[in-house]
Design a protein. Structure first.
Length: 118
């Protein structure tokens, strides 16, 4: 599956359980707030791009489901962790959580961090 832009995944999507469903109602902010924070991260000078990593079961479910969020940045793990404070995420891990296509270029000196929820 392709990585999806924030617009592709979130525009018109009001399903609160489309991403981090186990944390919805248990501290994860409402979808609109989460998307707003991700869009702010995407606008940072040290961020090349932000994409949603679809869950492998998306095709079986017949609706969008996010497995993780990818942040391509020159920032380190501690900075990325600070950006996602309040997401009720389990943190960030280096690289993508699965195999995807249509991955944007990763600029020299940047790394892809995946925001994960378990």
């Amino acid at each position: 599956m392709p990585l999806l832009t924030l617009d592709e995944f979130f525009d018109g999507n009001d399903d609160e359980e489309c991403i981090a469903p186990n944390q919805w109602g248990y501290g994860r902010p409402p979808l609109a707030e989460l998307v707003g924070c991700l869009r702010a991260i995407e606008q940072r000078e040290d961020v090349a791009w932000v994409r949603v990593q679809p869950h492998p079961e998306t095709l079986d479910l017949g609706k969008l489901a996010g497995e993780a969020v990818a942040i391509c940045t020159t920032a380190d793990e501690s900075a990325c962790t600070a950006w996602i404070e309040g997401f009720e995420a389990d943190g960030v891990i280096p690289e993508l959580v699965d195999v995807y296509r249509d991955i944007p270029e990763v600029p020299y000196g940047a790394i892809v961090w995946s925001v994960v929820w378990d």
